[in-house]
Design a protein around this ligand. Sequence first.
Ligand code: ACO
Length: 428
Amino acid sequence: MAKTAQLILDGKTYELPVVEGSEGERAIDISKLRATTGYITMDPGYANTGSCSSAITYIDGEEGILQYRGYPIETLAKNSTFLETAYLLLHGELPTGDELSKFTEHITYHSLLHEDFRHMYRAFPLRAHPMAVVSSLVGTLSTFYQDSLDPLDEQARQEHAYRIMAKLPTMCAWAYKYSVGHPFMFPKNRLSYSANLLHMMFGTPAEDYEVHPALSKAIDTLLILHADHEQNCSTSTMRIVGSSHANLYASASSAINALWGPLHGGANQAVIEMLQYINANEKSGRAFLERVKKDPDVRLMGFGHRVYKNYDPRAKVLKEMTRDVLEAVGTSNPLLDIAIEIEEMALSDDYFVQRKLYPNVDFYSGIIYQAMGIPVNMFTVFFALGRMPGWISQWMELHQDPASRIGRPRQIYVGENKREYVPIEKRG
Ligand code: ACO
């Protein structure tokens, strides 16, 4: 017999269905709650709310497990490329050699931007944050493909998915080029996804730019680690915008904006700024940690997570990678020493232990980006590049799911009750 939960309200007992996932996660299905009881549930921040069933990503935050389509993140980071992982997310299975070549060809084929985009960059102030530029331009893509934007058309969905994946590196690299006043570099289709990104960022027409294989490998791994993370803030944004049947570009542009915030993807920029501040002012992490513990407005950026109550498995991979990258570029970074010191102190400090605050994916990623010469305001842009196949897969899944409905939470109104309107001359 199917399991149910009992709810007793106003002396009446209601049976609520229990739903179980493939990894044993359980939920009480309250979708008929209001219709049968007149009550809704309150869950600010949706910490206890499942908004969909999904077969894409599994996280066990207590155990520190992250899997895409059943494959552990550590295995994918070690053995796969970013495009292989993107294929896995989008299509549900790892590609054969032939499928991967065709997929790579599709993505490579669409990497050029319409020439009109060059003018659009010039409309932004030079100091514009690249996340603002990239989210605007991704939204603008919808104006170039107006005839085929129907999100319910499966073939169109796939075409747009490949197109956005293909064009995003060019858009991101050009946002950087524009900010430093350099000429835009065209993509080189023979390069890998990550090598091409570095080529478009750091190459110039005047000189050949040799992409260091260790660096393009590091970028590839970073993109894999960021590729999906189930129903986080930006992915939920992608789904909720998509649930109104807004097109893929509009939905992805919104997700990029949600990612920008410092409590989400913007944390990688905030971590470096915090480490730089400590290095310049307090020199040691101890004094800063004490401040975090005393002042609720100061947070240890790159620490804590809504779901992980254990070490974020992505942070583990990144911590190991950090030294390799610093070695490859032949540099040391005092910020790494401060980060390691802070991590050690926090992991044995009661404040952080009791609240189960561990390093998250953003704690080490900024140090790696910085070592590679990626400017700080581009860190979150790299996060968006990595997350794009995850966002798209979630958006596709939404449109394939017969149970999906427009996203529309309820509220409990706590404002004024109905009152008389007072004409302006009689107020005060
Ligand atoms: N530094 C200090 N204290 C913290 C931190 C932190 N980084 N994170 C949480 N806490 C404390 C809170 O003050 C709170 O303490 P209290 O119980 O005494 O009030 C407790 O831990 C629980 O924190 P919440 O804010 O309720 O946790 P929530 O799940 O809502 O927030 C979040 C998660 C936003 C990630 C939070 O941990 C945070 O702000 N971290 C820093 C920003 C960051 O690194 N964000 C990146 C997350 S990963 C990603 O999005 C890719």
